[in-house]
Design a protein around this ligand. Sequence first.
Ligand SMILES: [Zn+2]
Ligand SMILES: [Zn+2]
Length: 70
Amino acid sequence: MTRTMVSKFQRGSGTYKCESCGRATRETGHGESDLRLCRKCYNGAGLENEHSDYGHGEYLEDCPTCRADA
Ligand SMILES: [Zn+2]
Ligand SMILES: [Zn+2]
């Protein structure tokens, strides 16, 4: 509970537009800002990679490739 925490997360700082869906988003601590994606699209991109590399063994609603195949 220190004041220094607040200044690190000022409103509007670190926001960017998702390259995939175009929504304003920001880093939530999962590394998605490296790819300029929002959390949802970042998650989808990861699943897409997994799908093409190994598959998941099941249909995953969050995977864009699974949804395209369905
Ligand atoms: Zn997005
Ligand atoms: Zn998939």
